[in-house]
Design a protein around this ligand. Sequence first.
Ligand code: HEM
Length: 308
Amino acid sequence: MSVVLQRLSRHLWPLALANLVANIGIVVTGAAVRLTGSGLGCPTWPRCSDESYVAHGELGVHGVIEFGNRMLTFALAAIAVLCFLAALGAAHRRATRLSLVIGLGIPLQAVIGGITVLTDLNPWIVAGHFLLSMAMIMVCVALVDELRSPDRTAAPPLPRALAWATLVSGWVVLYLGTVVTGAGPHAGDTESPRNGLDPATVSHVHAYAVYVLVALTVALLVVALRGGHPWLARVTGLVLLIEVLQGVLGWVQYWLDLPVGLVALHMLGAALLAAGLARIALAVLPHHAHHEARADGQEQPRAATRLP
Ligand code: HEM
């Protein structure tokens, strides 16, 4: 067993990346479910219908789309288990803990996905399902950061405070986005309940929160550049770019009455922003590359560390 784990440990980095890509990918396939009105394509859970665990002809294309998304859970679970075993094999305690959290989050998401179906796509539960995906993406980023990031010391109080404020306001934007969705036409399918709020009003509140987020990110970028924190500045610059593109996309989809292609892109943008926010929060914390004990008593870095 330990030989298998050791072999697997060589693939820890690609598996960590695969975890991240798969958790972002399932947001996009989840978008396909919602935007094709297939949220109740399989009308019950854990079975697809009362008679069958799998989609069948009577459920039509919506059944295939929803069932396909359910099946992806198994691919995500397989990657998470392999990643956990690879981290165990590498004797990397923090990576083991993080990949365990990712592995446990997947069945939790499957159950919440099931509850969304059983509650006929209650918009608040759909929102919770989406936000948990954002949290999972952040944990995947923490794992990637743990394995390959430059060694760094803790940032001084000002950039640290700004980074945490950016993270919090980013979460507010993500949450408000789900409230807009719950009020609008793409909340799951045409029959599913809405949250009863006025879509135009909540869209504007969502956009105001974005302006606060952008202002905080610009402030952090300036502080990082002036304070000589190149890694933090680089990460923050990238996140600012995502925010601006996502903001423009948000307005364009609003003016064009929410074409499904743009809404799907907006969900991908939200997933990328979640990843970026996690990167910012981690960039102000200290980090030291994991070291593996060698037979000769020396230590060698397990994960290659890049300089900023
Ligand atoms: C950093 C910028 C932004 C982020 C991170 C963001 C994030 C989100 C998120 C997470 C959702 C919900 C997705 C879902 O529930 O599936 C959403 C929906 C939405 N956002 Fe944004 N958003 C941003 C900017 C904007 C802006 C500036 C507008 C302009 C009004 C906007 C308009 C909308 C609309 C109309 C929806 C509902 C789409 C639907 O009905 O499916 N967004 N946004």
